[in-house]
Design a protein around this ligand. Structure first.
Ligand code: FES
Length: 247
């Protein structure tokens, strides 16, 4: 027999509401129902004003990141059959709420633009594609598959206390390019990364690893990026010393 789910949802419309509140909706559970499907059913059949983001419904776009029973993740990935009948759905924490389950991720996207998450090659483009060897590809493959859902960003205690900290997703994205032999980030970029807002800000408590819906390990990328940054600074320092001696 189908269960009736009691879905308690965070509600807040800053333009109209003085403070946040919760609404509870009853939904009859279907086979293989995700939390996102339950929310869509509420929106279509009970309350069209309920606001949340989604697009692909297949754990690809990262839009439906939210908190379910206190755990951050993708609502389209969380199956109701794995939960008790009382389900609590809330927006990602420590980001301003735009409406209900929609948060303002401006900080995240501003930092995203700052890090220039694309290949910056040393030479001009060859006639054919720039190939990588399989061993180098393997090093960065998992970090390249980050969907930027922001789950790790909001699970991270450092992003909560320091808005300038780039956060786990973006540091993993940076490592993806630092470890790419075709990329040539300059010294100014490395200097920015070599800071508390960059690779040294991480508390290394692995919250990001726990919540990533794509099983990526951003902390590993941060630790590897620290080694790369230090290594490249020593190289630069050594080259400068050599040049000074020769002059
Ligand atoms: S809707 Fe695209 S990841 Fe959930």
């Amino acid at each position: 027999m189908s269960r009736v789910l009691n879905i308690k949802v965070f509600r807040f419309h800053p333009e109209k509401d003085q403070r946040p509140y919760y609404d509870t909706f009853q939904v009859v559970e279907r086979e293989f129902m995700s939390v996102l499907e339950a929310l869509l059913e509420i929106q279509h059949e009970q309350d069209g004003s309920l606001a949340f983001r989604y697009a692909c419904r297949g754990a690809v776009c990262g839009s439906c990141a939210m908190s379910v029973n206190g755990l951050v993740g993708l609502a389209d990935r969380v199956q109701t059959r794995n939960l008790k009948a009382n389900i609590l759905v809330e927006p990602l924490s420590h980001l301003p709420v735009v409406k209900d389950l929609i948060v303002d991720m401006t900080f995240f996207w501003q930092h995203f633009q700052e890090i220039k998450p694309w290949l910056i090659p040393a030479e001009t483009a060859p006639e054919r594609e720039r190939l990588m060897n399989p061993a180098d590809t393997e090093k960065i493959e998992s970090f390249a598959s980050c969907i930027l859902c922001g789950s790790c960003y909001t699970a991270c205690p450092v992003t909560k206390r320091d808005r300038d900290f780039l956060g786990p997703a973006l540091l993993a994205k940076i490592y993806r390019f630092l470890a790419d032999p075709r990329d040539s980030r300059d010294a100014a970029f490395l200097a920015k990364l070599n800071s508390e807002q960059g690779v040294w800000g991480c508390d290394t408590i692995f919250n990001c690893v726990k919540v990533c819906p794509k099983q990526i390990r951003p902390t590993d990328a941060i630790v590897a990026a620290r080694k790369l940054v230090v290594g490249r600074f020593f190289k630069l320092f050594g080259a400068n010393r050599k040049r000074e001696k020769a002059e």
